[in-house]
Write a protein that binds this ligand. Structure first.
Ligand SMILES: Nc1nc2c(c(=O)[nH]1)N[C@H]1C(S)=C(S)[C@@H](COP(=O)(O)O)O[C@H]1N2
Ligand SMILES: [Mo]
Length: 215
């Protein structure tokens, strides 16, 4: 292409506003983290075995560096304040799903019960399928974090982690342990299942913290 032609087409681009993202789409572009695509259905992802835990048999053990270790059964858990929240979820394999309706116990309300000591810097989550993942206590305490029992007004299905799973919408979904069994507060970082297999320690989708310890 000669120079005149290039100049002409660049003038045309200026008139057309080429590559300008329309204002009404800007919100959308900011809502979807880089490299993600939107899905309507809710995919199921896990390491293979889906434990079948009845509410009556379920309990979660919470301990480590806390003032008040507890072992909560379904009844105890249901007596904690129940909250509703709506959030978007982002899986590191590339899908995101908007506007998920959750019901459950906020991590803040749980922290008020167990009272972590000043030494607690990390939270290790362990599940009935032997999955584990580790978070900083700041990430676990995020205001949008919820120990979910319900999605869209119905109890979580077995595949999605019934009876209780974490939902931590501000990080990639591998941090959101399904079939929750243990919540352990520690002073030492201990990489979990995916963190040991090449995934990022933290997993912020907005910073594309997918692998290794990039950024
Ligand atoms: N217990 C347990 N929790 C888990 C997993 C798992 O294998 N076991 N997989 C994680 C991963 S990688 C993702 S993407 C999400 C998927 O949750 P979903 O199946 O409800 O979409 O669960 C996370 N929590
Ligand atoms: Mo995942």
């Amino acid at each position: 292409m000669n120079r005149d032609k290039l100049i002409q087409s660049k003038q045309l681009w200026a008139r057309e506003g080429r590559l300008l993202v329309p204002r009404e789409q800007l919100g959308e572009a900011k809502r979807l983290p880089p490299g993600q695509h939107l899905v309507r259905d809710w995919p199921v992802l896990d390491i293979g075995t889906e434990p079948n835990i009845m509410q009556a048999d379920w309990h979660v053990t919470i301990g480590g560096k806390v003032g008040q270790p507890v072992d909560l059964g379904w009844r105890d858990f249901s007596n904690l304040p129940q909250r509703d929240s709506v959030s978007d979820i982002h899986c590191v394999t590339g899908w995101s799903r908007y506007d998920n309706q959750w019901r459950g116990v906020s991590t803040g309300d749980l922290l008020a019960v167990v009272k972590p000591s000043w030494e607690a810097r990390f939270v290790i989550l362990r599940s009935f399928d032997s999955y584990s993942t580790t978070l900083s206590i700041e990430d676990f305490s995020h205001s949008a974090a919820i120990l979910a029992t319900h999605w869209s007004g119905k109890p979580l299905t077995r595949s999605h982690g019934a009876p209780v799973r974490l939902i931590l919408p501000h990080l990639y979904l591998w941090k959101s342990a399904k079939w929750l069994r243990h919540i352990w507060f520690t002073d030492k970082d201990a990489p979990g299942y995916w963190e040991q297999r090449g995934y990022h320690k933290r997993g912020d989708p907005w910073r594309q913290q997918r692998y290794g310890s990039s950024s």
